[in-house]
Design a protein around this ligand. Structure first.
Ligand SMILES: C[S@@+](CC[C@H](N)C(=O)[O-])C[C@H]1O[C@@H](n2cnc3c(N)ncnc32)[C@H](O)[C@@H]1O
Length: 343
């Protein structure tokens, strides 16, 4: 299988009941043996959603979406996250756990299920929800295979789907809750995405997510930007921005976009996350393990060392000279929206 090939996503008919329509194979998958010829493609992510497969070929049938040439840079960005996944899980994801806890505390105490963790990374948000609610039927969705693999292992009741968050393969009214911690901020079309999330939510369902504040409130983002902007080598894909229409928190844009999507705003709250690292080396390794920065090196070892050196330098203003510890703070917002009526 060509690892760089665009993805083809088959539409899921309903949670737990997929139909495999790959390469002429008409075999029903849920609850049955996966046909042999599909096994190598389907099994790595197959226990929940075997019909999500990747393969380079044009989309032909209704209900099928495809990452095309127009979104090739998305494939580049995806590769960045794929490279970063193991380091992300050990570094940045741990630093972001606090955000998922704050989010979990703002969601309904009787959480509508199933839960979709969108752009789930290693399953940070869905694992946190399990701590509050016990085992729940949850689905982690990310465009990185490695991230989805981690997410499935992180939770007891978790399943994984590899998909682009702007081309979601879920049927309408599938989920009781959609969560995303620092994931939907990478959507290419935030307004359209709100509409899609409203559609895949059941009536009465909720959508809780986090987003970074504005550039001047985002010290980690400033370090990242400084290194990206001064990187001397050409890049195949431009790193995605960290700031989004959500960066202002409550805003006229949010009111308009949520209303248009058929969602109501339950709460918008603002918080600060203080990143603390024992030294600049640890801070540099954590930030290097994110998709934005992994894009700079493309996984090449020589470039990785250069990236770490540049990050170490960029963290210098945040170092406590006496202890060597690094501390910097980011503002973030938490949004809880609900789908109150049928659309
Ligand atoms: C900052 S990480 C957050 C991960 C996780 N939610 C957490 O709290 O640790 C962003 C995640 O978004 C995923 N991502 C970015 N763009 C995506 C896209 N277009 N479709 C699906 N996942 C995407 C990345 O692979 C990565 O796992």
């Amino acid at each position: 299988m060509d690892k760089d090939a665009p993805y083809v996503y088959m539409r899921i008919r309903s949670v737990g009941q997929e139909l495999c329509r790959f390469s002429g194979c008409q075999g029903k998958v849920a609850g049955r043996k996966v046909p042999d010829r599909c096994t190598n493609l389907l099994l790595p992510f197959g226990s929940f959603c075997p019909s999500i497969v990747r393969r380079a070929r044009p989309a032909k049938s209704e209900g099928e979406s495809r990452v095309t040439n127009k979104t090739l840079s998305t494939e580049g960005i995806r590769r960045g996250w794929e490279i970063a996944a193991p380091a992300y899980r050990e570094g940045f994801a741990l630093a972001l756990q606090e955000i998922s806890h704050e989010l979990a505390r703002r969601l309904p105490s009787r959480l509508p299920t199933p839960v979709l963790d969108l752009a789930c990374g290693p399953g940070t948000a869905m694992a946190t929800l399990e701590q509050y609610h016990g085992p729940i039927l949850s689905v982690g969705c990310d465009f990185s295979h490695a991230m989805v693999g981690f997410a499935r292992k992180t939770t007891g009741g978790g399943h994984g789907v590899v998909a682009d968050q702007d081309l979601l393969p879920f049927a309408p009214a599938t989920f009781g809750t959609v969560v995303s911690s620092m994931g939907t901020i990478f959507s290419r079309e935030p307004e359209r995405q709100l509409g899609t999330i409203a559609t895949i939510l059941k009536t009465g369902g909720c959508y809780g997510f986090s987003a970074w504040g504005e550039p001047h409130e985002n010290a980690m983002g400033a370090v990242s930007r400084r290194v990206v902007d001064s990187w001397p080598y050409s890049l195949s894909s431009a790193p995605p921005p960290i700031e989004t229409p959500y960066s202002q928190g409550q805003s006229p844009w949010l009111s308009r976009a949520t209303e248009k999507a058929g969602l109501s705003i339950v709460s918008v709250t603002s918080h600060w996350l203080v990143f603390r690292f024992p030294d600049r080396g640890a801070a540099a390794r954590a930030l290097a393990g994110t998709g934005r920065l992994a894009l700079l090196t493309g996984g090449a070892p020589a470039r990785e060392q250069e990236l770490l050196d540049r990050l170490m330098e960029a963290f210098l203003p945040h170092e406590d000279r006496a202890s060597g510890q690094v501390e910097l703070a980011n503002r973030y917002h938490l949004f809880v929206l609900s789908r109150s009526s049928g659309q």
